[in-house]
Write a protein that binds this ligand. Structure first.
Ligand code: GLU
Length: 306
């Protein structure tokens, strides 16, 4: 028997910090439709690496919602909370290569550095205090990657991207002071472990992609193709999240919510689809999905739920 690796492996990787909202529904829908368009596999990963942000019951609620909406993932779910050994091995590999350094700086100390300029996303860029060795008498709190090089990639929706890691991001944490591995490392290790070839996700993560590509290169892992969907915002332009009190999509009938998400993704579902069955909505979506119709915007206002 010969086994062939599918040319397309996609995934949806929700963080269990609350119930599924319209923004995550859009990411789930865009990623599964694109994977199926290429007869690919679509995997599910629960990104519960950030345990303090994990809300009890959120994973069950997300899985129940995906199921009720008719999402069908392939294979077993990968849980980041069970992957600490793989992240530790990746950190060791980066240490051996001399790509990371221990850092003793506290958040307060960093905030006090007067001449540190801001990173591209407006956050404070690491001033480099511990880059060439810990100051005498200081104990390491976290591990940072040396941000080096210019990363260029073609995003299938947002177009050509370029980031100068040292200038636009700065040295970034992959093992946090609280002992947890950071999202940037976990996502790279897991995308490779799951054989992911195509990442379709919200454009709020576009600014993380260059760091992830740097890590893939340092760890000699394949670089997947990226497509960043517009992020759903409220009328005030704020990303939908628990903080902006985004309603759980569960409060809307599944077929109706999926049609709204298809419209948000520029697929122009016919009006009568709103009254169709869930199976008919999926059939229409699979038959009509075109990534090139997705609006090339970083964000869009989500349709009002009624
Ligand atoms: N866990 C992240 C989130 O829920 C998504 C990570 C990814 O798709 O790379 O925002």
């Amino acid at each position: 028997m010969t086994t062939t690796t599918p040319a397309y492996i996609g995934r949806f990787a929700p963080s269990p910090s609350g119930p599924l909202h319209f923004g995550s529904l859009v990411a789930a829908l865009g990623s599964v439709l694109d994977a199926r368009h290429y007869q690919g596999r679509w995997l599910l990963r629960i990104e519960d690496v950030d345990t303090p942000r994990t809300v009890p019951g959120a994973t069950d609620s997300i899985l129940a919602t995906l199921d009720r909406f008719g999402f069908e993932w392939d294979g077993d779910i990968l849980w980041q909370c069970q992957r600490t050994g793989a992240y530790a091995a990746a950190l060791e590999q980066l240490k051996t290569g001399g790509h990371v350094f221990p850092c003793a700086c506290s958040r307060r100390e960093m905030a006090e550095v007067p001449d540190s300029t801001l990173a591209r996303d407006g956050s404070r860029r690491y001033p480099g205090t511990c880059r060439n060795g810990l100051p005498p008498g200081r104990a390491p709190r976290a591990w940072r990657v040396k941000a080096e090089g210019v990363i260029r990639f073609e995003d299938a929706i947002q177009g050509r991207q370029e980031e100068d890691l040292a200038r636009d991001v700065g040295d970034y944490v992959i093992l946090r002071a609280d002992g947890l591995f950071a999202y940037q490392l976990a996502v790279v290790v897991d995308d490779a472990a799951q054989g992911v070839t195509h990442v379709v996700r919200g454009a709020d993560l576009l600014g993380s992609t260059a760091r992830q590509i740097q890590l893939q290169k340092l760890l000699r892992l394949p670089v997947p193709a990226y497509a960043h969907l517009p992020v759903a915002t409220n009328a005030a332009g704020e990303k939908l999240s628990k903080q902006t009190l985004a309603r759980a999509v569960d409060e809307i009938a599944p077929a109706r919510a999926l049609v709204a998400a298809l419209g948000f993704l520029g697929q122009h579902p016919p009006t009568e689809l709103t009254h169709a069955s869930l199976a008919e909505v999926w059939d229409w979506a699979h038959a009509h999905w075109r990534l090139e119709r997705v609006p090339r915007h970083m964000q869009r206002i989500a349709p009002a739920a009624d």
